[in-house]
Design a binder for this molecule. Structure first.
Ligand code: PCA
Length: 201
């Protein structure tokens, strides 16, 4: 069987923080790629204008079989695998361009929601077996993370799979002062690695 080509992306820091666990995980994977796959990685801007063009460029360049995007979620205590992307965007906080997006469709005329094309439950099981709390999530919210999942699903070539994993914030990260759940990047990264191995087997 041909080697699976996998693109993994994370996001730069945003919202007043100087860190993002998804960026750390991408850097760790790039430095020590899982065996038996062809790995490409990228760190995306947290901007309505730049995030999707960033993924699209990486998809065109590497033609991955699997696009796995990672992002930070301030509200979640487990690593979560998204089932759906919504054709809807809203700016909860200004993005890194200072843009506060009005509520509305991402792509006029496109379906209201698209289902992820990775095996969500299988990935959750692989992560749980790796020892990390993990669960499926209905949807990726309505911010930039949802945008890149929706667009990747809409624009994927036949047979090309796309999915999104949200990871908790880091211990001590700005934005966790009020007791928000956190997880060490080594632990969330171990789960992501297990998911990649499962999804590319
Ligand atoms: N999380 C945000 C955007 C970037 C990130 O890491 C989100 O969930 O949309």
């Amino acid at each position: 069987m041909a080697t699976t080509r996998v693109l993994v992306t994370g996001f730069e820091p945003f919202g007043g923080s100087d860190d993002n666990p998804s960026m750390r995980i991408v850097h760790a994977l790039a430095g020590d790629p899982p065996a038996g796959i062809e790995l490409a990685t990228g760190v995306l801007p947290v901007t309505w204008a730049g995030a999707w063009p960033g993924v699209l460029e990486l998809m065109s360049q590497h033609r991955p079989d699997l696009v796995l995007m990672l992002g930070q979620s301030g509200k979640r205590s487990s690593v979560t695998v998204e089932r759906f992307a919504l054709n809807f965007g809203r700016g909860r906080i200004a993005d890194n361009d200072g843009v506060d997006r009005p509520d509305g469709a991402l792509v006029e005329g496109a379906p209201l929601a698209l289902a992820s094309t990775i095996d969500v439950d299988g990935a959750v099981e692989a992560m749980t077996n790796a020892g990390t709390p993990a669960r499926p999530s209905h949807d990726a919210g309505a911010c930039v993370c949802n945008l890149v999942l929706f667009q990747s699903l809409l624009r994927a070539t036949p047979g090309q799979r796309a999915g999104f994993i949200h990871v908790p914030m880091l211990p001590g990260q700005q934005g966790t002062e009020n007791g928000e759940p956190t997880m060490d990047a080594a632990e969330s990264g171990r789960a992501v690695r297990a998911a990649i191995e499962f999804l590319s087997a």
